[in-house]
Structures are given as structure tokens and as C-alpha cells.
Design a protein around this ligand. Structure first.
Ligand code: GLA
Length: 387
């Protein structure tokens, strides 16, 4: 898969620029095992990288300009110093690339002019963070081409800044951290307050288990506005409670905290975030003890919390989770920001994955939903230079 996508990036580079790239850099999409909408509350997340990747084939170009070809549209976009002097001047998919150049320059780096060709296996709009994969691949390419001093642990913040301030999406630090810092065979336990990480063994094969990803194919309606609204409501609640972030409310403090809030909706939002942080910690404890099978109920509880308290699921997603559980999944939950995207189902093996996928497809057909997609995944590596 990666070989194909890397070959497509090289072929695209050759036909767009009539030359060979100096190198190729890859960054993966991600699934979040557990810990949803906790990142911007300074809390805990546990994503893993997918083997689906975005590849940037690249070489420097003189003159302080950047040219990017993408297989997505077949179009080539060029921009120079004026476009990266302030956010928002490049729009569409190329904004993620211009945003990275902008954020690097803002941080004081002398970014080399470059030609890039982008190919990707990460599906767009499926909640698997194709945008973080693109930012992270481009960032890795520019850092290496320019010999810039930016160690991997400082890259997620910079890529996030590209997305927040240049593109204008108020996302947290999880997706870029996953794309850059994940390790094969592991999930990334990230403390979003200080960005410390621990690589937690997550060897599904050895445990005789499989992870099914179901693409709900639900249209992403109002996802951006709803995301921003959830974030606001969490910040407002933290202010009311007099804590820096909701991460500072523990499960033991939860009832007292809820009693101090003045409306039910805010109470539900807070209950999701506080209990979700605890579910991440509980999941990590089970994985550390090698008890992967037992995380199923935590995944399912996380889903119920997103559905009932954070209110970010949609009928297609809830149908997929219910059908997966009814067909024998050990646990299932939506992964990512919500209002569509993908569902993760932890299952016994490849045969169980097929049975669960068939059950979800049948439940969809009964309700007249567009047929879902599905694939089984293993935790892959983070961003890397290929050659
Ligand atoms: C999106 C954002 C992340 C995170 C998740 C929800 O993927 O990009 O920062 O907030 O939603 O967990």
C-alpha cells in the first residue's frame, strides 16, 4: 500500500516538474483508541497510527517559492512569501501546506523554497486525520530539506498551529502528535498538557485480536461548528469551576463539580470529558498489564458517553456500534471528532471482523443508509523519511 502511494508521489513529482525528487516523506492517518475531545481540555488520549499514509515527494527550489502538486485534484498550486506572510491567503487543500510553511517561518526557521508532490491513501472526510497526515509529511520534508533544527517532539505543536491559525480549524494536539510520534505495534499515550508520551504496547496479533474500522459514510454535517461549540462549552465550564482546564476535575470530584454548574447541557459535557479521561487511564492500565481483550467495555462506555453526554454521534454511527456489539464485537466506539467518521470495533480475529462488518452492512441496509466501508488495521509507525 505504502509502496504504491510512494510510487504515485514520485510519478506525480516527475510529471509535474520533469525531475526526480530529492526524497520522500510519509506520515500516517490515525485512529484514536480512546480519549475523545479530551485533548483541548489538557487531558489524555490514546491514538495509534494507521498503515494508510500520505507521502510527500519533494526537492528544494530556489527563490523562496513553494509549488505543490496533489493527486487529489491533479492541480499544481504555487505560492511565495506574500501568501505565507499572513494566515488565510492560500485556501483549499494547499492551505495545509502553506500553513506549515507559515508556522515554520513564524517560529523563526529559514524555510527552503520547495517543490512537492502529494499522494495519499488516507481517505478524506472519514475522521482519520488526513489533514494532520498532510501537514506532518510536508513538515518532515521541509525540516529535512532545510536542515532545520526541529526535533520530533516539537513538531506536533507547529503542525497544529498551521491548522489552527492558518487554516482556521480549532483542533487540539492529538492528530498531529499521532501522525508524528506514534510507533508501530504501540498506541501513543499522550498527556496533552505537557505533551509527554508513553508508547504502550498494543499488539493485536499477539493477543489474537483484530481491530475493524468501519467508515460510517455519514455526511459530515455541521461538524466544524459543533466542534467549536463543544470546545467553547468546555472552556466555559472550566472557567465556572475555577480550574485551568477540565483535566483538573477528577472522577472523585465530579459530583461536586456538576453541582456547581448551572445548566444540564454543560453538566453533560463535563461528565463526558472527566469520565473519558479516566477511561483512557483505565485502558492504559489494562494494556500495560497485557489485558487487551478487557478494554472492550471501556470502548463501549466511551461511545455511550459521546452519544448521550457529549452528543456528537449520528444515527449511522450509533447503528454501526450497536450492530457490531450485537454481532459479537468485544467493544466498539466512534473514533475522532464526531458527526460522522469511523467506528472502531475490537473483535476476536479476521473471521470475526468479517462477520461484524457484514452485520453492520445489513443493519445499514435495513435503515436505508449508504453502505459503509470497512478495513482491519494494525498500529503502524509515525512520520518518517522513506528515502
Ligand atoms: C478532531 C481534532 C482532535 C480531537 C478530536 C476529538 O480529530 O482534530 O484534536 O479534538 O477531534 O477527540
Amino acid at each position: 500500500m505504502t509502496d504504491d502511494v510512494a510510487a504515485r508521489a514520485t510519478a506525480g513529482f516527475r510529471s509535474a516538474y520533469g525531475a526526480q525528487p530529492a526524497g520522500r516523506w510519509a506520515a500516517p492517518g490515525r485512529a484514536n483508541l480512546i480519549g475523545e475531545h479530551t485533548d483541548y481540555n489538557d487531558g489524555f488520549v490514546l491514538p495509534f497510527a494507521l498503515s494508510l499514509r500520505t507521502v510527500a515527494a519533494a526537492a528544494t527550489q530556489p527563490g523562496g517559492t513553494w509549488t505543490v502538486w496533489s493527486e487529489l485534484t491533479g492541480e499544481t498550486v504555487s505560492f511565495g512569501a506574500a501568501e505565507v506572510a499572513a494566515p488565510g491567503r492560500v485556501t483549499g487543500w494547499a492551505a495545509y501546506v502553506a500553513g506549515v510553511v507559515w508556522a515554520l517561518r513564524e517560529a523563526g526557521h529559514a524555510v527552503p523554497g520547495a517543490r512537492l508532490a502529494i499522494a495519499s491513501d488516507v481517505p478524506l472526510g472519514s475522521g482519520l486525520s488526513s489533514s494532520a497526515a498532510l501537514e506532518s509529511a510536508v513538515l518532515a520534508a521541509l525540516v529535512d530539506l532545510g536542515g532545520l533544527d526541529l526535533p520530533a517532539e516539537r513538531r506536533p505543536r507547529l503542525a497544529q498551529r498551521a491548522e489552527n491559525a492558518y487554516v482556521g480549524a480549532p483542533t487540539g494536539i492529538m492528530d498531529q502528535s499521532a501522525a508524528i510520534r506514534c510507533r508501530a505495534g504501540h498506541a501513543l499515550f499522550l498527556d496533552c498538557r505537557d505533551e509527554s508520551v508513553e508508547h504502550i504496547p498494543f499488539d493485536l496479533d499477539a493477543a489474537g485480536l483484530a481491530m475493524l474500522v468501519v467508515d460510517s459514510r455519514a455526511p459530515h454535517r455541521h461538524a466544524d461548528g459543533e466542534y467549536a461549540a463543544r470546545r467553547k462549552s468546555c472552556e466555559h465550564a472550566a472557567e465556572q469551576l475555577g480550574v485551568p482546564a477540565l483535566r483538573d476535575v477528577s472522577v472523585a470530584d465530579l459530583d461536586g463539580a456538576l453541582a456547581r454548574l448551572d445548566d444540564d447541557e454543560t453538566r453533560r459535557r463535563v461528565r463526558h470529558v472527566v469520565t473519558e479521561d479516566q477511561r483512557v487511564l483505565d485502558t492504559v492500565a489494562l494494556l500495560r498489564a497485557g489485558r487487551i481483550r478487557e478494554i472492550g467495555p471501556l470502548l463501549t462506555a466511551s461511545h455511550a458517553s459521546m452519544r448521550d453526554d457529549f452528543e456528537i454521534t449520528v444515527p449511522e454511527i450509533d447503528t454501526a456500534v450497536e450492530a457490531a456489539l450485537a454481532a459479537g464485537a468485544l467493544g466498539a466506539r466512534m473514533t475522532g471528532g464526531g458527526f460522522g467518521g469511523c467506528v472502531l470495533a475490537l473483535v476476536d480475529d479476521a473471521a470475526a471482523a468479517e462477520a461484524v462488518a457484514a452485520a453492520v452492512t445489513a443493519a445499514y441496509a435495513e435503515r436505508g443508509f449508504t453502505a459503509p466501508g470497512h478495513v482491519t488495521v494494525l498500529p503502524g509507525p509515525g512520520a518518517t523519511r522513506l528515502d
